[in-house]
Design a protein around this ligand. Structure first.
Ligand code: NAI
Ligand code: MG
Length: 365
């Protein structure tokens, strides 16, 4: 049977950028020899408008069944005053929680044509292609005890970094699997010099590494890693780290490559019956209410999220490369959505012009 995909465009620019992904999916069906069973449904504010909840139970059930979920973005000013329990982002949180998506993949990839856009010097980032794997469901953001407590005559704020062996094991495995599909190089970052959880992290990752003899494993203290990430990011291929360090390192790495409109992501869970992980793909950006409805949104983050789905959920690595090459081509040709403008005299293209150009580049490849 065909690979199945649940598409949740969401709110704001979500549906606008997703429409461009649909063009690519249609192209694959018509000419690319790859047909997906696509279901589209609501998430976020639009789901609240229709069902009174940001994610209906039927949508949740569907998400558990499909090979991959592709989400646009949720939220917007219209929903800012809703009760916390039905806020748009709760729809996204429910997906992540019930699918148990413990590995967050954030690539930092620098297209040559945009190397000037980086906060760093061009030669440091040109051709950069790294992947940060952040543990997403445990660690200091969830550990107990937590809270603000009275202690003597003052208060104390407490969070607890807590990782079980199995939590480290599964995210490490996800990272090694990725490394096998990429450059076979994995760097694990923690602070084993000052943290017990870091000592255990290093030990478990090393142990998992015995199952992946082809992957070159290294370890780095996360602070040194942050330094190396901006000094010489191309030394890395896959980085695996905990929730807190991953939050910081992935945001820093994102700025190596420029606009929010370019950044895809994936969140992976446990392997399903078919051996592939449960997976949710989404651009890093939000619903961008300031530009929604104006045809200004950059669809590339969402298109690259679909490329990640091709690679990690559908075993179509060559097609993922092809989509990425098509994006590279249109950028090299000088096409820019408004968020990518910098050079003088360049006229921006619209969301749909950018999507059409990517499809044309695919067609020509
Ligand atoms: P945002 O990512 O939506 O926008 C930040 C800035 O980047 C805006 O100026 C926006 O125009 C620009 N931008 C974002 N994506 C772009 C794209 N594809 N092309 C061109 N420009 C783009 O973040 P913001 O403004 O903090 O949040 C807006 C809404 O989105 C809020 O309701 C927030 O809760 C929600 N949000 C949703 C997320 C999700 O669905 N995963 C993630 C982050 C925010
Ligand atoms: Mg963050």
């Amino acid at each position: 049977s065909n690979p199945s995909l649940l598409i949740l465009p969401g709110d704001g620019i979500g549906p606008e950028v997703m429409a461009e992904v649909r063009k690519i999916i249609d192209w694959y069906g018509a000419k690319g020899g790859l047909t997906f069973d696509v279901t589209e449904d609501l998430v976020g504010g639009c789901a609240y408008d229709k069902h009174g909840v940001p994610l209906a139970d039927a949508t949740m059930a569907k998400a558990q069944e499909v090979d991959a979920v592709l989400l646009g973005a949720v939220g917007g000013p219209k929903y800012d005053n809703l009760d916390f329990s039905v806020k748009p982002e709760r729809g996204l949180l429910r997906l992540r929680k019930e699918m148990d998506l413990f590995a967050n993949l954030r690539p930092a990839q620098c297209f040559d044509a945009l190397a000037d856009f980086s906060s760093l010097k061009k030669d440091i980032v040109a051709g950069l292609d790294i992947m940060i794997v952040r543990e997403l469901t445990s660690g200091i953001y969830f550990g107990e005890p937590r809270g603000i407590f009275e202690e003597g005559n003052e208060r104390v704020g407490i969070n607890t970094q807590r990782y079980t062996e199995s939590e480290i094991d599964r995210v490490a495995r996800a990272a090694f699997e990725l490394a096998m599909k990429r450059g076979k190089k994995l760097c694990s970052m923690e602070k084993a010099n000052v943290m017990e959880s870091g000592i255990l992290w290093r030990e478990v990752v090393t142990k998992v590494g015995e199952d992946y003899p082809e992957v070159a494993l290294s370890h780095m203290y996360a602070d040194a890693g942050a330094m190396q990430l901006v000094r010489a990011p191309k030394q890395f291929d896959v980085i695996v780290t905990d929730n807190l360090f991953g939050d910081l390192l992935s945001d820093a790495a994102a700025m190596l490559t420029g606009s929010l409109g370019m950044l895809p992501s994936a969140s992976l869970g446990a392997p399903m019956a078919n051996g592939r992980p449960k997976a949710l793909y989404e651009p890093v950006h939000g619903s961008a209410p300031d530009i929604a409805g104006q045809g200004k949104a950059n669809p590339i983050a969402c298109i690259l999220s679909f490329a990640m789905a091709l690679r990690y959920s559908f075993d179509q690595g060559a097609e993922a490369d092809r989509v990425e090459a098509a994006v590279e081509k249109v950028l090299a040709d000088g096409l820019r959505t408004a968020d990518l403008l910098g050079e003088e005299g360049v006229q921006p293209v619209s969301t749909s012009q950018m999507g059409d150009a990517v499809v044309a580049a695919l067609d020509a490849s």
